[in-house]
Design a protein around this ligand. Structure first.
Ligand SMILES: [Zn+2]
Length: 251
């Protein structure tokens, strides 16, 4: 089968699926300038180990280190802009081709692009919350407090410690993960985009769907059970698939 045929095949899988969910990883956001968490040695990650910088151990035992390192990385995502892939997925949801997006990313780019149903299985960088009373605050409040030297930042209501609502190494999975699990179980087709499926437990989700498409530049442990594999950047692959979908709609 020629490489050109695979896009048509994926388009057909999408058209024949009663419910399609998309699972995205860091690979979809690298085109927006956000470094891959698990690819140390690039940009922001050069000087630190992300597994350590964004861990509950450092957050709770060495808050100064956390707020000087990991927290700055979280804030650096605030100004990132969605790329072509994010916009295509938002449009596919609007056109009824996909049901939802499950994302391992914490950069808010699916929502910025217009996606409505997004499950953020590793949390997000819009808010923080009090570890004592649970009050949710904008992440900007944590930023202001930290910039004034209040480390760790404290809750205005109960003086408990505020933390970002990002799932860090050592944290439990959030409620969105359970919802994503049900969504995957209920789906006919899952399209994995830009994830190497090496991070547990999210990497189990593709096994819950009846059919599987993988768009990722490198191999994944689920490749052998995929109906189609595209080794390309998310933007290029999605643009080509969408062309076939449009052709089908017009025909
Ligand atoms: Zn509180």
């Amino acid at each position: 089968m020629g490489q050109e045929d695979v896009y048509e095949k994926v388009a057909r899988l999408i058209e024949n699926s009663k419910k399609t969910v998309v699972l995205t990883g860091a690979g979809i956001s690298t085109e927006s300038g956000i470094p891959d968490f698990r690819s140390p040695g690039t940009g922001l990650w050069e000087k630190m180990d992300p597994m350590e910088a964004l861990s509950t151990r450092v957050l709770y035992n060495d808050p100064k280190k956390f707020y000087n390192n990991g927290f700055k990385i979280l804030l650096s995502m605030k100004d990132a802009k969605p790329n072509k892939s994010h916009y295509i997925l938002a449009q596919l949801e609007q056109d009824g081709f996909i049901s939802s997006v499950i994302t391992q990313n914490i950069d808010n780019l699916h929502q910025k692009a217009g996606s409505k149903k997004v499950y953020e299985v590793h949390g997000q960088t819009r808010t923080g919350s009090c570890t004592n009373c649970g009050t949710v605050v904008p992440i900007d409040l944590l930023e202001v407090k930290v910039s004034k030297g209040e480390i760790p930042p404290k809750c205005d209501k109960c003086n408990g410690i505020l933390r970002p609502d990002v799932v860090m190494f050592g944290d439990q999975m959030p409620e969105d993960f359970e919802k994503a699990w049900l969504e995957a179980e209920d789906s006919d087709l899952m399209i994995v985009i830009g994830s190497s499926l090496t991070v547990s437990p999210v990497n189990f989700l593709p096994r819950l769907s009846k059919h599987l498409v993988i768009i990722n530049k490198s191999e994944t442990p689920e490749d052998r059970r995929a109906d189609a594999i595209i080794r390309e950047s998310a933007g290029e692959a999605l643009s080509k698939i969408v062309r076939y979908l449009k052709a089908a709609q017009q025909g």
